[in-house]
Design a protein around this ligand. Structure first.
Ligand SMILES: [Zn+2]
Length: 419
């Protein structure tokens, strides 16, 4: 990035660093809001645990003299004023978790932002432009469908009126949960402009750990397609129908799956694909299956590879083994590319701090992918031990958490230094 000034080795001693001990304590304090027996967290969106965590976050931010605003989707923004009132640098993620999730997913990104603000305070730094911490509501979609609901609404991806009607398993609508939460704010408070949006998150995969890296500079979120493939055959008696006279939907589906795997494996080594659901009918052991339906989802950063996946699906035979084959696209999502300037700066920050890093794409969805549609955005990943996430075993070493926040802080300061 031109004009950057962190290259000189002599400046490295002067780098402002975060308080790693305080970060660890804060992560553990927040894990108490919904901590499970096995040291995980259940903190569903707008539950009592989530509201307790929100209240505590707000009190921590108020202690720093930050101004709190809440929008109509209960997204919280805490802002530290800057020397000028340019659009803020915004940093955050989500405080909600899945059921029996971990202590890091989401909350780490919010607490990273809090630690950056606290470090400003420690070092009597007045940010050159305002600094805002954000907590996006209902990122996980674990209580109310869909995931990334409220970053989705403010970025125009989802319709608010539809979201309000979505209900949890107890029949409570998002609208009612919002009203009861005490966090239903004004539409005018929605995040509209920012100099940058930065989200730190656990990787939720095994790559950084397996390559002994501390930092992932996330350049975007991979695109994906999701298809449903239906095989229709005929049911007959399992004992009386000779093999040569059957139209067995499951056997044909199995042949198709094998053929698909052979073809998809040839496409690109970074392609990931999953056949995660299969329904077999009538699903009785004495009856030859007359129908098998399975899903095929595939993810890759390059739209051309995704196009080849779609092509492979389209080239499936219409008839096979006496059965009819139909493929239906359920939905797709384009690859989201993050802001290259912010990625370059993150890379420089990681280099200047001597933390091993790599540029990578996210295979999972995050609030940042929606925010990227209208604000300059990037993400930082820190390693997930054994790649585990969305479970109680989810773990990132506190050392890696601290390194991630140091990279974030350095990048925030570098971005602000241009103003
Ligand atoms: Zn998350």
């Amino acid at each position: 990035m031109p004009g950057n000034h962190f290259g000189g080795g002599h400046l490295q001693q002067q780098k402002v660093l975060i308080n790693a001990r305080r970060l660890k304590d804060t992560i553990e304090t927040f894990a108490d809001f919904g901590r499970t027996k096995n040291n995980g967290v259940t903190r569903l969106s707008l539950s009592k645990e989530d509201i307790d965590a929100r209240n505590y976050l707000v009190s921590c931010c108020e202690e720093l003299g930050m101004t709190i605003k809440v929008d109509d989707m209960a997204n919280i923004y805490a802002t530290m004023p800057g020397a000028s009132d340019k659009p803020p640098v915004v940093m955050g993620s989500h405080l909600d978790s899945v059921k029996k999730g971990g202590r890091f997913d989401g909350v780490l990104g919010v607490l990273a932002a809090l630690e950056v603000a606290r470090t400003f305070r420690d070092h009597h730094i007045t940010p050159k432009i305002p600094f805002t911490i954000v907590d996006f509501t209902n990122e996980e979609g674990a209580r109310f469908d869909p995931a990334m609901m409220c970053s989705g609404v403010i970025s125009g991806k989802f319709e608010k009126s539809k979201m309000l009607e979505n209900r949890d398993t107890e029949g409570i609508s998002f609208k009612d949960a919002l009203a009861a939460s005490g966090y239903e704010g004004k539409i005018g408070n929605r995040l509209k402009e920012a100099t940058a949006y930065l989200e730190m998150h656990i990787e939720q995969g095994p790559i950084l750990e397996s390559e002994s890296l501390n930092i992932g500079v996330v350049e975007g979120v991979v695109g994906m397609v999701n298809y449903e493939i239906e095989v229709d055959g005929e049911s007959d008696h399992a004992g009386t129908t000779p093999m040569s006279m059957r139209k067995d939907a499951l056997f044909t589906a199995s042949d198709i799956i094998t053929a698909l795997r052979t073809k998809l494996n040839r496409l690109d080594s970074d392609l990931v694909y999953t056949m995660g659901r299969m329904n077999v009918y009538p699903n009785i052991h004495t009856v030859i299956p007359n129908k098998a339906i399975f899903t095929l989802e595939a993810r890759h950063k390059d739209p051309e590879v995704i196009r080849q996946v779609v092509q492979t699906i389209r080239e499936l035979p219409r008839k096979m083994g006496g059965c009819t084959i139909t493929a239906r696209k359920l939905w797709s999502r384009d690859t989201v590319a993050f802001d290259q300037d912010i990625c370059d700066q993150l890379e420089e920050s990681a280099q200047s701090l001597n933390y091993p890093y790599k540029r990578m794409y996210s295979g999972a969805g995050h609030d940042a992918q929606f925010i990227a549609s209208y604000l300059p955005t990037a993400m930082i990943f820190v390693p997930s031990v054994n790649g585990k996430s969305h479970c109680e075993e989810e773990l990132t070493s506190y050392e890696d958490c601290a390194k991630g926040v140091n990279v974030a802080l350095d990048t925030v300061l570098a971005i602000m230094s241009k103003y």
